[in-house]
Each structure stands twice: as structure tokens, then as C-alpha cells.
Design a protein around this ligand. Structure first.
Ligand SMILES: [Zn+2]
Length: 194
């Protein structure tokens, strides 16, 4: 038994706009009754405080049964964050410039240590405000870690993310609508377990 989560990450929000955008979208989710306005200790991470499901929670999910778990809230993260999918290993990274596929695990799903060399320190550099440049082993060009994509969307670099703890699967319509509320920004949906 673990706690299952889904995170919608805004890939386009800037450092400057992320906090206000997060507040605006949250206000809309409260107004629609998807979550409650008052924070409680209902999420993991981020200090443990989040927004519990609201009276119309069922509109957002495929299965309308209430979440009968202590961890059942929405956590909103703003500021540079490397969102991840929790357990398991990421299988591959894809260069944004050549679309080359960098394998990160072998046939038995063991991490290939050397394959991580180009990425060493880049997540930390990016979180601290740097570019986090990765030099692609395939095309030898450098690009920011935030532009790389990961197999099964294992990681996503963003300044704004909405993590729903133990909610049933979010409906595609709800995720799409969240993207509209984010001003049409590109989003990615991470799913995982802790
Ligand atoms: Zn490349």
C-alpha cells in the first residue's frame, strides 16, 4: 500500500507568473467545489498542508467514490520544482534538439550509471536558477534540463504543479480544462506512488 498521486505540471509558467497563476487556478477549483478553501494536513510533502476534496470533487475524476483516506488533498507547488513519479526508475531521456533517446536502464531495468553522467548536477543547477545545461551524448549540443523529456513522463521541470493525492483518475476533460485555466500553457500529467 502506498499513496498514489497525479500531478499536473505547467511547463510554460515563468518564475514571475507562477505564484499568481497558482492562486487563480486554485480559486477557480474552490469556486467550482472541486476542493475546499481551507487547508488541512491532507497531503504528503510540501509541509503536509493541502486542500481537501470539495462537494463537487466527483466532477474531476473517473470514479466518483469519495477518497476515504487521510491523504486525499490537493497540493499546489510554486517555484522551480523537479516533479517526479515517485517509485521506480526512469527508462530513458529524450534530447529536445535531436530527439535522441538516451537509455538510462539496461535490459534488467538496472540503472546504467554512466548514462546519467551528462545530467549530473543539472537538476540542482536549474532549481537554483541556473540553466542546468545538459550536453547530449548523441548530438553533442547543450540544452537546459527543463527542455528534456522523460519516458512515461517520469520527470517534469516546472514552476507550478498541482498534485492530487489518492484521487481517482482525473478525467481528460478536467486536465484539459486545467490547461485552459493556465492560459493554454502546455501541461504534462505525472502519475506515481510514494
Ligand atoms: Zn541531442
Amino acid at each position: 500500500m502506498g499513496d498514489w498521486f497525479q500531478t499536473v505540471v505547467d511547463l510554460d509558467a515563468t518564475d514571475e507568473e507562477a505564484p499568481a497563476l497558482g492562486d487563480r487556478v486554485l480559486a477557480r477549483l474552490v469556486a467550482e467545489g472541486i476542493v475546499e478553501a481551507a487547508r488541512t494536513d491532507c497531503v504528503l510533502g510540501g509541509g503536509g498542508y493541502g486542500y481537501p476534496p470539495g462537494p463537487h470533487y466527483a466532477k474531476a475524476v473517473e470514479d466518483p467514490a469519495p477518497v476515504d483516506l487521510w491523504t486525499n488533498g490537493l497540493a499546489v507547488a510554486t517555484g522551480r520544482t523537479v516533479f517526479d513519479s515517485g517509485q521506480g526508475d526512469v527508462a530513458a531521456a529524450v534530447c529536445p534538439l535531436c530527439e535522441g533517446d538516451i537509455r538510462l536502464v539496461d535490459e534488467t531495468w538496472q540503472p546504467i550509471d554512466d548514462a546519467w553522467d551528462p545530467f549530473a548536477g543539472t537538476f540542482d543547477d536549474w532549481i537554483e536558477g541556473g540553466e542546468g545545461l545538459v550536453t547530449c551524448p548523441a548530438c553533442t549540443r547543450a540544452s537546459s534540463i527543463e527542455r528534456w523529456t522523460w519516458e512515461d513522463d517520469y520527470f517534469a521541470c516546472g514552476r507550478l504543479g498541482f498534485t492530487f493525492w489518492n484521487w481517482a483518475e482525473l478525467t481528460p476533460a478536467f486536465v484539459r480544462d486545467l490547461g485552459h485555466q493556465l492560459g493554454g500553457h502546455r501541461t504534462v500529467l505525472l502519475q506515481g506512488k510514494l
